[in-house]
Design a protein around this ligand. Structure first.
Ligand SMILES: NC(=O)c1ccc[n+]([C@@H]2O[C@H](COP(=O)([O-])OP(=O)(O)OC[C@H]3O[C@@H](n4cnc5c(N)ncnc54)[C@H](O)[C@@H]3O)[C@@H](O)[C@H]2O)c1
Length: 394
């Protein structure tokens, strides 16, 4: 048996988290092969084995993970009976939540912390207890919680490390739950990744703190479905000199992520992370790049995405490309969350701190370590990640 790595998840009762936890439990039980896990075929020295990953974490809901998973409808009785029964013994720890930052999502399982500092201390105690109780060698934190509204990036508390520390003392309203978790991780030297569009370790003071302390961080917003396809296709169109006149993207989804995004403020965060990729890959502004996300309950986790691309080719001739992706949101996302945790842990073991740009492949809006633009094109991102996994530096 290898060394045990804990994944402390923010949003442990969510669709992505419960799918990831069930998948790993089933791998341990021998009832799930490694299909759908992007790095399963890679043999990387020092990288944790899937069967050595252990889940814990926080949620606003106190339901056990089996009950939560059944509610999401991604996995069912069959999987629970077939290796994932341990989920019924797992319950999330009380969470730090705010309906100011996430209007449509609330729950009773909240810590009664009087202010930011107490909340941070409590999160750090939870991390330490997780490590001790599960006899873990190392722990990483992954944010899989509901999308928060945009942060007020001009606030003094988000301008510098000192400003942030003062903001913690004064319970500054600009500091969100996502930032409190990220700070708690970084300040306790726990690698941190953000799978959501919320502002967290990408807030200037937290990115700086991660750099100073040498803690690996990565984000943000998992690149799973429509944006993955966009960043695969756009480089090909660029390389064949097919000019993109317009790109219309629309989605329907009916899971609770969709419900969170039904709040216009949370939706704005998501559209922000989805929107920036095209111009950067193509090298010119696509005037008509329209993205829509609709909450449509009957579909549950079975998201449907349509893309219509208008193109101009040789001799100015017009063409169209249509794409229709019927995907399972969490079945695409859970393996990525798992690989992100393994890469973060590997980065820490290699002594690499700060923003892990080589992990950009996993994210819609890859966090960078400086003011430069991130790489968005999948073939380039894949090469960068492969080089790093092979032992080179990003
Ligand atoms: N394909 C995908 O599913 C995909 C892709 C990219 C990004 N994401 C992002 O990943 C996140 C999770 O997606 P999901 O489908 O699992 O959503 P979900 O709504 O099923 O789960 C989110 C969970 O977070 C919990 N939560 C909310 N605020 C919290 C807080 N402050 N502390 C602790 N827990 C909190 C909720 O109670 C819920 O159980 C979302 O932000 C989503 O935008 C998902």
């Amino acid at each position: 048996m290898g060394e045990r790595v804990g994944i402390a998840v923010i949003g442990l009762n969510g669709a992505v988290a419960t799918t990831a936890a069930a998948g790993i439990a089933m791998i341990r039980a021998g009832s799930n092969d490694l299909s759908g896990l992007p790095l399963a075929a890679r043999d990387v020295d020092g990288m944790a084995a899937y069967r050595d990953l252990y889940f814990g974490g926080w949620d606003l809901s106190h339901d056990d993970l089996a009950t939560a998973a059944m509610r999401h409808g991604v996995i069912g009785e069959k999987e629970l009976a077939n290796g994932a029964s341990s989920l019924s013994q797992m319950r999330p720890w009380p969470a730090v939540g705010s309906t100011d930052f996430c209007a449509n999502i609330d729950g009773a399982n909240k810590i009664a912390a009087p202010g930011h500092r107490a909340a941070v201390a409590r999160i750090q105690q939870d991390l330490a207890a997780f490590k001790a109780e599960q006899e873990l060698d190392r722990v990483v934190m992954v944010n899989l919680a509901s999308t928060e509204r945009k942060a007020d990036l001009d606030a003094a508390a988000l301008a510098s490390v000192d400003g942030f520390e003062r903001g913690l003392d004064e319970d500054d309203a600009a500091i969100s739950p996502a930032m409190l978790y990220a700070y708690a991780a970084i300040a306790s030297d726990t690698p941190y990744a953000n799978f959501t569009p919320s502002v967290a370790a990408d807030a200037a003071p937290l990115a700086e703190l991660a750099r100073i302390r040498g803690v690996p961080v990565a984000g943000k917003d998992g690149k799973t479905g429509q944006t993955l396809m966009k960043t695969v296709i756009a480089p090909a169109l660029r390389d064949r000199a097919l000019h993109v006149d317009g790109w219309f993207s629309t989605n329907i989804l009916g899971n609770s992520d969709g419900l969170a995004l039904d709040d216009p403020k949370s939706l704005q965060s998501k559209l922000g992370t989805k929107g920036s990729v095209l111009n950067s890959i193509l090298g010119y502004p696509v005037e008509d790049h329209i993205i829509m996300i609709h909450y449509y309950k009957p579909r549950g986790d079975n998201k449907e995405a349509w893309d219509n691309i208008d193109l101009t080719g040789f001799m100015g001739q017009k063409m169209q490309l249509k794409l229709n992706f019927l995907c399972k949101d969490s079945i695409l996302a859970a393996p990525l969350a798992i690989e992100i945790a393994r890469c973060l842990d590997l980065a820490q073991q290699r002594g690499q701190g700060g923003v892990q740009e080589q992990m950009g492949l996993f994210f819609k809006l890859p966090q960078t370590s400086g003011p430069h633009d991130p790489v968005h094109a999948v073939p380039e991102q894949q090469r960068i990640l492969d080089d790093w996994l092979d032992g080179g530096h990003a």
